[in-house]
Design a protein around this ligand. Sequence first.
Ligand SMILES: [Zn+2]
Length: 325
Amino acid sequence: MELEDYYRQFAQLKRAPNRIFPETTRHKAPHKPLLLLAIMEMIARGEITSRFISIADEITELNDLFSAYWRALMPITQTSSIAFPFSRLHSEPFWELVPLPGRQISREAINGVSSVSQLRQLALGANLDEDLFRYMTYAESRTKLTDALLRACLSDQGQTILMAELGVQHQAFRYSLELEAKAHKIKEPSTEVPYADAVRDQGFRRVIVNCYDHRCALCGVRIVTPDGHTAVEAAHIKPWSQFKDDDVQNGMALCRLCHWAFDEGLMSVDGDYRVLTSRQMTAAPNAAGFLITLAGRPIIGPKDQALWPDLGRLSWHRHYVAVGL
Ligand SMILES: [Zn+2]
């Protein structure tokens, strides 16, 4: 197949018309093009390396991209799951679901899929058409496919919005690699082009969440939903607002509760990487639950020693943020 054949297939994507979808999507379901764009970005990152796209493993990164593109276009009240386009793309000539052994892919089975757990009961993943995958691996043809997809599926305004978001996501990925390289003292981040806040936020989040493998450094909670949502956030030890410090050693992955308690100074970390809790948590009428049982326990850091939080920055936190240790 030629590249132009895929432009045609993109222009003919079956997308449900519905007024709940905004004008930017031409009032048609944007799921399929958004998933295809997320897959192309994953190929550009080297995270998808074959035409078989697995959903058997954690799909956090693919889901993060799909969600970011979705949020750029859709009203805040509308949510979605990548399970919709992942299954419904089966009706397109370039996409084929690979069933679990013994399962049949039927229209009824596909129509019953609305979550990733349901999708996993049906399929191992999907195969992209061989030629299409090959085109997606080359930067030049990938750019052309992206343009064709945007033009085919979105209004002019929608194309502009999504082009900007594609740029943010790609730069955030590059920024996260720079932060990791800096932690390994391989390279200083480039200072020539200052990154936009949205890029920086997401790049920092990506590197921290990945190097802590989605586990809260203070309480050890690790929950990733089948849809790839994670319970942890990337916390700065010395606040970004004051110090503009995105070093990996100035970060920890924390669940929402620990993040809040850490920022409030109700939890901290000592010079031996042990959890400290504040007396204020136990003051009546508070009920801090399991948080106070964490006192004295070792924190859970990244596998890679070079990425652990810096003791100097933790000492700053004990000094200037923590209260009633
Ligand atoms: Zn926690």
